[in-house]
Design a protein around this ligand. Structure first.
Ligand code: VGL
Ligand code: ZN
Length: 206
């Protein structure tokens, strides 16, 4: 099975959302176009309770973008985003969801963030995604979505580490670039770890 894993294509990460990724909406037509090339399509959904400790608002006196220590891990403080059962947490209306067979909800524990679709940021708990993919006999995993320098990066790094031959479709991803160069550094890091980078035109033609 060749699987397309769609990371956090949610309203809050699109322009106009609570944590907008620049040009985040540009990935939607690309992703819709490549979907027919895959046997299996799975998605992740950032799914925070309102008291999630990645939200700057839950740390009086702290600001968005600051880094704190949370349970022994560095944690970037974000605007309130992707709160469970709110419109911002819904998958983007421009995404063709008809072939998504499984959605992994992550970031539900208020005390720890979960950028990766596989594990929380401390690698303490699994989401069950790896077991699901193995059950489905996934042999190749293609990753796309938002944001390149956070959830896409963490998901792709875990995927190679778990032994899935992993591909990143670069034009089907966009990043935050909180610091200039973050996206490029994330791409280099993924490539160094064994993630193969490709463009969507290599899957479907230009
Ligand atoms: C993400 C920051 C906070 C992401 C999620 O989807 O990359 N980034 N929560
Ligand atoms: Zn989040």
């Amino acid at each position: 099975m060749r699987c397309l894993l769609l990371v956090d294509l949610q309203n809050d990460f699109l322009p106009g959302g609570a944590l907008p990724v620049p040009e985040g909406d540009a990935v939607l037509p690309v992703i819709n176009r490549i979907q027919p090339q895959f046997d299996l399509i799975v998605a992740t959904q950032d799914w925070h309770p309102p008291d999630h400790l990645s939200f700057a608002a839950n740390h009086p006196g702290r600001r968005v973008g600051e880094v704190i220590e949370l349970d022994g891990l560095p944690q970037v403080l974000w605007p309130v985003h992707c709160v469970q059962f709110t419109p911002g947490a819904e998958l983007a209306p421009g995404l063709d969801t008809r072939r998504i067979v499984h959605v992994v909800r992550k970031g539900t524990d208020p005390r720890i963030d979960s950028y990766s679709g596989f594990f929380d940021n401390g690698h303490r708990r699994s989401t069950g995604l790896a077991d699901f993919l193995r059950q489905q006999q996934v042999r190749e995993l293609y990753v796309a979505g938002l944001a390149t320098d956070y959830c896409v990066r963490a998901t792709a790094l875990d995927a190679v580490q778990l032994g899935f031959p992993t591909y990143l479709i670069t034009d089907a991803c966009r990043g935050v670039n909180l610091k200039p160069g973050d996206v490029d550094r994330a791409l280099e890091e993924m490539a160094r770890a064994g993630v193969r980078l490709l463009r969507s035109s290599e899957l479907v033609g230009p």
